[in-house]
Design a protein around this ligand. Structure first.
Ligand code: IFM
Length: 425
């Protein structure tokens, strides 16, 4: 199962390799905040989210991660905490996020602050969301306010998390709020996320031109279920062009090639990034039987969400971005797996670090890797289940943290400066 996926030689990591951990505000903090996921949970449509204790224990978590050798932490700001009513910003919430950034810096972790990770304030939903006429202005006002409140405390930023996943699940398949399943809405939202990114990039750079802005997109390694069926192959190719290539092209040229629409020029989009952040989990099969996971192996390892492990997709995604945006530094801004089996998690991580190394050897300028996630958190529709992505478990009653074996594995890799086959179970 794992043999062909694991490194059979040491993988060296440069002393300045960016070892990080990624999380998001709502997934870690939970709580009764005025956003759409809380409203969905109240209606019984998704599991409730009591949080994993990060809201109170962030400083302890940062110290623990620093002891493991991590030096970077991706967090996000919950829009509905900072702006609970349209135009009313809560100074206490901004103070809180300032303290979170300060605590990360004090522990020796660089905070990478993301402004949008899937959740919408209730008031925004009531006004028709980001596609409403006022939506873009609302987001940029929130971004401006938040960046100016946190900017001296944070120097590394993301405008949004996985904008194309947000469009795919929220506007094309309708699985996530705002639960729209409509091709036109998905095209309009693709344009909107690009405009929001360009606008936010300008805001972060205006606060301090030395600030770093990294995009974050999940690379989906698409495969046709029936490679002999030209219709299936062309369908998958056009899905791939829209999903994986639209923003890459927009960032390169400033012009977005939208499906079924005239290309649109987006002011400020061309070159609006200092680093490209690529997230990767697994490969996807699309065809007559629907959408599923994909692997080229007869008997691939399967994670707790039923997905086959296919590290080569990470290598391919990194090379593709390197080709589309020559000279732009790359980071893997999320990678990890849902499991309760620590041998599985360690092997998954090693197999993907090996894929990263292959991409690096082939010329992709990949300078770091963020594990998703630090402490187990709310995995959206899966809630808190066996879909555990954390390097650290927590006791739901006391909140007590317990690092897992994969955390110790990474501590050794980071401190040794290389991953050796003998580190593996
Ligand atoms: O939990 C999610 C996260 O919110 C975005 N990237 C993928 C993770 C694991 O599914």
């Amino acid at each position: 199962m794992w043999e062909s996926l694991l490194p059979d030689e040491p993988i060296p990591f440069a002393p300045d390799f960016v070892w990080g951990v990624a999380s998001s505000a709502f997934q870690a903090e939970g709580g009764d905040v005025p956003n759409d996921w809380v409203d969905q949970a109240r209606r019984g449509e998704v599991p409730p989210n009591p949080g994993n204790g990060f809201f109170e224990r962030y400083a302890e978590d940062f110290r623990l991660l620093a002891q493991l050798g991590f030096r970077h932490y991706r967090l996000s700001v919950e829009w509905s905490r900072v702006e609970p009513e349209r135009g009313r910003f809560d100074p206490k919430a901004l103070d809180h996020y300032r303290s979170v950034c300060d605590a990360a810096n004090e522990a020796g972790l660089t905070p990478w602050v993301n402004l949008f990770h899937f959740t919408h304030p209730r008031w925004l939903v009531a006004r028709g969301g980001l596609l409403a006429a006022s939506g873009q202005g609302d987001f940029l006002r929130y971004a401006e306010h938040t960046v100016s409140a946190l900017a001296p405390h944070a120097t590394h930023w993301h405008s949004q998390n996985e904008s194309m996943v947000y469009v795919l699940l929220g506007y094309l398949t309708g699985e996530f709020p705002p639960e729209i399943a409509d091709g036109d809405a998905a095209a309009a939202m693709t344009e909107t996320v690009a405009r929001l990114h360009a606008g936010t990039y300008g805001i972060v750079k205006a606060a301090d031109s030395r600030n770093t802005v990294a995009t974050i997109e999940v690379y989906i390694d698409y495969h046709a279920e029936d490679p002999d069926d030209p219709e299936n192959v062309e369908g998958v190719a056009s899905l791939d062009r829209w999903y994986n290539a639209t923003l890459l092209e927009g960032l390169g040229s400033g012009v977005l090639p939208l499906p079924g629409r005239d290309p649109v020029e987006i002011p400020g989009l061309q070159g609006a990034l200092d680093v490209y952040g690529l997230n990767y989990y697994n490969a996807t099969r699309v065809g007559p039987s629907g959408i599923g996971h994909w692997s080229d192996q007869p008997d691939p390892p399967i994670d707790a969400m039923g997905r086959a492990v296919h590290p080569a997709g990470l290598e391919q995604g990194l090379l593709r971005v390197a080709d589309a945006l020559p000279g732009v530094p790359l980071l893997v801004t999320e990678n990890g797996c849902p499991t309760t089996d620590e041998d599985f998690r360690i092997r998954y991580i090693a197999a993907h670090l090996w894929a990263l190394e292959r991409a690096r050897r082939a010329g992709a300028p990949v300078g770091g890797w963020f594990h998703w996630t630090a402490v187990d958190n709310y995995e959206w529709k899966h809630g808190y289940s066996d879909a555990r992505f954390g390097l650290i478990g927590f006791d739901p009653t006391t909140g007590e943290r317990t690092p897992r074996r994969a955390a110790e594995f990474l501590r050794r890799v980071i401190s040794d400066g290389e991953l050796r086959p003998e580190h593996l179970p």
